[in-house]
Structures are given as C-alpha cells and as structure tokens.
Design a protein around this ligand. Structure first.
Ligand SMILES: [Zn+2]
Ligand SMILES: [Zn+2]
Length: 193
C-alpha cells in the first residue's frame, strides 16, 4: 500500500480489474437489500428523484451534497482504517449512486487502498464518503453524521468487530460481524492489503 496523498477526483487513476482478489473492503453496509453494490441492484440515478433524498455536508460547508437514502439504516465499522480516518468507529449509510454536489470546493479523495477511496473536506477535515475505486458512481457509503437530518437512522449492525479495540464498547444488541464473516458474505476471498 502506498502512502497516497489526497487526490482530486480528476487525478484519480482509471480503474482496473487487477486487484479483485486483494480486496479487503470495509463496507459499513447492512448488505441485506437490493441496492447492495454486490448484488447489482438499483443504481444511483434510478433511485433518486424520490423523497429518499437527503442533504448533508461537512463542518465548514465547503462540501455540500444530496444523495438518495433508500434505507434509513447505518452500520458501524470498527476496522482500523475507519477508526484512524474518522477518529472513531465509522457510522455510515450505504447509498446507491453518487452524491450530487451543490458545493465541492473542499472535496478531496484519499485512496488508501487500491480498491477504495475516502472522500473528505480538505478545508475542515470532515470524513464524508467511501467508494469503490473501480466503480465510483455505483454506490457511496456516507458518514451518518454528515447528514443534516439523521435522527431517524436505525443501527443495522456492527462490522469488523474482530478489529475493535477493547477500550470501548457499544451496549446495543445488534448483530456483530467479523471481517471474515463479512468477506464470506460478499463472496470475497480474504487477501493481503
Ligand atoms: Zn472500516
Ligand atoms: Zn469542510
């Protein structure tokens, strides 16, 4: 893994298919619905133009966006990358499609692995998006905290719980899934980073 620097969207390299076996996705996703990126479900454009549309943004508003949220469910990812990136376990919602930006002055992308990119505000530092490098428009995992209104979001489950440190814990009784269980569910063989 390279120590990649923040990338503007235009600088991102074209996708390739050489790394499929090396994927180690942390996908804060219930993965129990038709819009899942693995199931080839609904794509972004068709899911939009409904009352599912939500707005959100970063701390300083240099990034503002709208995106369709078909299911008001968030997952909590405990993987080390998410914790490092978001200063805690990442609470996020999987959305089909890409955000529609009403302001992207501050938007930057960090490619921490060869298969995934993390979107953030380069001005205020807010952690905002996670997407696949190969198919960036197919789905976006959006920080639940970035939405203007998130009070109705329900916790789906915890993922990468085998990467969770002992210094914190959540008291809920929602399902807890390990990396191996998640990858098996996704049909992805465990591989190197
Ligand atoms: Zn993660
Ligand atoms: Zn900002």
């Amino acid at each position: 893994m390279s120590a990649a620097k923040p990338l503007r969207p235009a600088q991102l390299s074209p996708s390739n298919n050489n790394h499929r076996s090396n994927r180690r996705p942390c996908v804060p996703c219930p993965l129990r619905h038709n819009s899942c990126w693995r199931s080839g479900g609904t794509t972004g454009r068709s899911a939009m133009a409904t009352d599912q549309q939500r707005s959100g943004g970063c701390l300083c508003n240099a990034v503002r966006f709208e995106i369709a949220v078909p299911e008001a469910v968030f997952s909590i990812c405990h993987c080390g990358m998410c914790r490092k990136w978001s200063a805690g376990p990442l609470m996020a919602v999987q959305c089909p499609g890409a955000p529609i930006f009403t302001n992207q002055e501050g938007l930057a992308w960090y490619q921490g692995t060869d298969w995934a990119q993390r979107g953030f505000c380069a001005r205020c530092g807010s952690s905002l998006f996670w997407r696949l490098a190969e198919t960036p428009d197919a789905m976006t995992i959006v920080s639940a905290e970035s939405f203007d209104s998130a009070d109705d979001l329900k916790l789906g489950r915890h993922i990468y719980v085998d990467a969770q440190p002992e210094r914190y814990d959540f008291g809920d009784d929602r399902p807890r899934v390990t990396e191996a269980e998640l990858l098996a569910e996704l049909g992805i063989a465990p591989g190197g980073k």
